[in-house]
Write a protein that binds this ligand. Structure first.
Ligand SMILES: Nc1nc2c(ncn2[C@@H]2O[C@H](COP(=O)(O)OP(=O)(O)OP(=O)(O)O)[C@@H](O)[C@H]2O)c(=O)[nH]1
Ligand SMILES: [Mg+2]
Length: 295
């Protein structure tokens, strides 16, 4: 069973209000999503708030995602930009689209510098994109959610103005897998999660999608499945969860995550797996492919 993650701290409400109140001032919105989870990282609140404005969807962290999935997503979401905010790949395309948006403005606003708002779930790379666009380190970034706390306006050389916003989540995940995917990719604070359970769920997903990458990274002879003998109990594995646990056990043994008394250190192996997944050390992985559907 997927862990049911519900997290909507007070500052998320403030962020929603911040987006709402600044929306009328901007000409377009860049919605940054995580290329590894393009469905789960699209925020329904953002959809509802910004539907009336021109919107550019940027699939960021594309260097961490499966290259094949990136191409499929590009076909599926016409106009979306495949982005790597670390190298700047994709930013040129964003500027081209923005020039068109600026040129199409009419009335009084057409005389003012083009203004944009950058929105997205926590930790998806909004501030990194802004730093790329300004060409300097103008905003603080970090490999954890919740780095940007309030709004910040930045001006580009061409006078374009960008508004950085804190990451926003929504009050309830209809599908618990959405919460899990966001947690796998680092959009939800690990402090509020049960790390070993989260890692076990990630093993389940990777066993189906990327079994070879998982096996190779942790130098496992084979991934265990239902019917195989559990290394812990010696009995046949009966469920998917038991299989994931047995594989976690094998991984912990390979990485020396063992506590006194030869017990498995699930906390440590769990953290290690999540860190390695997030840094693409297991490989370039996309958890959501277009066939799953997206609006
Ligand atoms: N590999 C890779 N890492 C990225 C990319 N974009 C951002 N990062 C990293 O992801 C982490 C989060 O980036 P931020 O720019 O702080 O993300 P944010 O969306 O502003 O996060 P909050 O302000 O917390 O909502 C940082 O460690 C960045 O270095 C990318 O395209 N590829
Ligand atoms: Mg930020």
């Amino acid at each position: 069973m997927a862990q049911n993650i519900n997290w909507y701290p007070g500052h998320m409400k403030k962020t929603r209000e911040l987006i709402q109140s600044n929306l009328k001032m901007v000409d377009a919105v860049i919605e940054v999503i995580d290329a590894r989870i393009p469905v789960s990282s699209r925020n329904p609140i953002i959809d509802e708030l910004v539907s009336a404005k021109p919107r550019i969807i940027a699939l960021n962290k594309s260097d961490l995602a499966d290259a094949k999935a990136n191409s499929l997503w590009k076909e599926r979401l016409p106009g979306a930009v495949i982005l790597n905010a670390m190298t700047g790949e994709g930013t040129k395309q964003i500027f081209t689209i923005l020039e068109k948006v600026a040129a199409e403005r009419t009335g009084r606003s057409a005389l003012k510098p083009c203004r944009l708002m950058i929105v997205g779930v926590p930790n998806c790379g909004k501030s990194s994109l802004i730093n790329r666009m300004t060409g300097r380190k103008s905003t603080k970034t970090g490999d954890r959610p919740g780095v940007t706390k309030g709004k910040q306006w930045l001006t580009l050389e061409n006078d374009m103005q960008l508004l950085d916003t804190p990451g926003i989540l929504w009050p309830k995940f209809e599908d618990p897998n959405v919460g899990m995917n966001l947690a796998f990719c680092g959009s939800i604070k690990d402090e509020i999660l049960d790390v070993p359970t989260l890692a076990m769920e990630l093993i389940k997903v990777l066993t189906v999608r990327y079994p070879e990458l998982l096996r190779e990274r942790y130098k496992l002879e084979e991934l265990l499945g239902e019917g195989d003998e559990s290394p812990e109990t010696g009995y046949p594995i009966e469920t998917e969860t038991d299989a994931a646990l047995a594989n976690m056990h094998q991984m912990a043994m390979k990485r020396g995550c063992i506590l006194p008394g030869k017990r498995i250190d699930y906390e440590r192996i769990g953290k290690l797996l999540l860190d390695e997944f997030r840094a693409a050390k297991i490989g370039r992985i996309t958890l959501e492919w277009p066939e799953k559907g997206v609006e």
